[in-house]
Design a protein around this ligand. Structure first.
Ligand SMILES: [Zn+2]
Ligand SMILES: [Zn+2]
Length: 261
């Protein structure tokens, strides 16, 4: 199987302490043939400083020769909020010659869906819907990205026994996200990190993405630690295939290459 991990963090992200090398060694052990480091560039009031991309990219170049079996790409995960945040992000990344950019939503109404308080005072359906509604609203504020990251981030740290995000939780928001992605030539990420060790979800969501013209996905573990690099990427590809999505994409200098699923 052609395994590509296009969402990996390292210690250039403020929330990871794992150096580049062990992430790459873990990728090799997991059979990953392409890996993109997507360190955080947050101007959304997360309180975390943005990754020093220049230093990280120099460190990547110094390691490349030790990993001839892995195509290593230089990416970023940028946080969505509004036009001002998009402009600051763009200015920060200017001249960095990135291969790939994930646009992600983490904070809604000033609260990160990482924290328990995000979920207080509302039902599961209300919480998932407001996350996706806000994602649909703010995605168009950022013109420079390759894929929408983890549409199900609202489930990752959710306090529910059954955490899966379903298309029916936010049908209108999903439709407007997918219509935007398709007309803009952008893709959707299948992020395996919210599944933890439970069953995979997303087939209904991916089917709708396909119905609305979605042609490609990327797959990412969102690993901040080595034990999660490459995790469940095969299942992500199976889901995409089952949904009828034709391609998994890889990127170089923001240009996609499409690989038949
Ligand atoms: Zn994220
Ligand atoms: Zn991430």
């Amino acid at each position: 199987m052609f395994l590509t991990d296009y969402h990996v963090h390292c210690d250039y992200s403020a929330d990871s302490t794992t150096p580049l090398r062990p992430q790459l060694e873990a990728a090799r052990a997991a059979g990953v043939v392409q890996l993109c480091f997507t360190d955080h560039v947050d101007f959304d009031d997360s309180g975390l400083p943005p990754a020093d991309l220049a230093a990280r990219d120099a460190a990547i170049e110094a390691l490349r020769a030790d990993f001839p079996d892995i195509a290593i790409r230089r990416g970023a995960e940028i946080s969505l909020k509004n036009e001002a945040v998009a402009a600051a992000t763009l200015a920060y990344c200017k001249g960095r010659d990135l291969d790939f950019v994930i646009a992600s939503l983490h904070i809604v109404d000033g609260v990160d869906a990482y924290y328990p308080e995000f979920f207080e005072g509302r039902t599961q359906a209300e919480n998932y819907a407001r996350y996706l509604d806000f994602a649909a609203k703010v995605l168009p504020t950022n013109p420079i990205f390759s894929v929408l990251g983890h549409y199900d981030f609202c489930a990752k740290f959710a306090p529910y026994a059954e955490r899966s995000v379903r298309y029916a939780h936010a049908a209108d928001a999903f439709d407007s996200l997918f219509r935007y992605l398709v007309q803009a030539g952008k893709g959707l990420e299948i992020n395996t990190s919210a599944w933890w060790d439970g069953p995979a979800w997303g087939l209904d969501v991916l089917r709708r993405y396909r119905e609305l013209g979605g042609e490609f996905i990327t797959t990412g573990s969102d690993a901040h630690q080595s034990d999660r690099v490459g995790k469940r990427l095969g299942e992500a590809l199976e889901l995409a295939r089952a949904a009828g999505i034709p391609y998994v994409a890889t990127f170089e200098r923001m240009e996609p290459t499409f690989h038949k699923l």
